[in-house]
Design a protein around this ligand. Sequence first.
Ligand code: FAD
Length: 323
Amino acid sequence: MAVFGRFVVRFLPIAPKFIVKRIAGRYVAGSDIESAVTLMKKMSEENTSFTIDVLGEEIKNLDEARYFVEEYSRLLDEIILHGINAHISLKPTAFGLLLDKDIAIDNIEEILNKAAINDIFVRLDMEDHRVTQDTIDIVLLMQEKGYQNIGTVLQGRLFRTENDVKEISDSLGPLSDFRICKGIYLEPEDISYSNYQEIVDATNRCIDLMLESGSYTAIASHDYPIIDHSLEKLKNMGISPSHDPRENTVGVRAGKGIGYEFQFLLGVRGDLRRKLASDGHFTRLYVPYGTKWYEYGIRRIRENPDIAWHVTKTLLMPWTNRR
Ligand code: FAD
């Protein structure tokens, strides 16, 4: 699998763009807001909600960051206009985090504020270890400023994550709202697990800690050992599928408190998502769109060559992974 992935990484740059586009079409809604809205309206029939991501990250200058602020602002307008049940997901480096932290914070707050006024939740995606602490700090800072509609993502593969869960949930109580995933970035061995089983076990420990701390927990994985573990844990804790994540909202938003949802990437294991939804679980689909679909695809595969294998398996054996 790893050898195959490395082979694809090597030859991908010479693959014709139309082939890459065809493959990416499964995982990306399109290049503009309209295509994302059309897709979400259609997929709403599958009893799912959404979180939308404008493709692009690690920009080269702050003008590019303005583009993301404006595009996310338009996106919020469209979510409101069409009444779509959607959050937004944004990458702090696209807002300038690696260029000028203060400006990035202002940019993020501009979007967060507009989202808050319209009761829309904002998730800061987690990028590689260079920005882990800064991303967490931004969430804590915004909560301190009174924005309760923000949460971040933690990555099970990092050694630090169990401690991060404890610190964030101690600090935010029922306002803590996590997405937990394995982590897509292949991080250095002195800060992360690299073995599959260790990553699964560490991610499952984080899920337990999140639920036990009374936090809202979005489980973002397509992997059965993680989903099965989560279902078992929810059952043992007596958290039923019909639990309404927002039922403890009293007057002023008091945070979601304990609750959960399952999150999936567009194009990956749709059958499993639909099965969870039909069993009564709340599901959310991560929908990326944007002109940078090519760079996004190439970059993800470079960061983690295993993705090349998943994609190829899906193309050759479509029954293993329905959209
Ligand atoms: P895997 O073992 O990788 O996958 C299980 C099975 O799912 C595979 O066998 C394959 O059949 C299928 N599959 C998984 N990925 C793909 C794919 N790309 N194409 C085709 N089939 C696939 N990571 C971060 O670092 N930061 C984030 O902010 C972040 N946000 C995420 C948000 C969501 C909603 C999801 C679902 C994932 C997110 N991730 C993020 C990615 C995550 O960390 C993992 O890299 C990714 O989900 C693959 O891990 P897995 O748990 O699904 O298990």
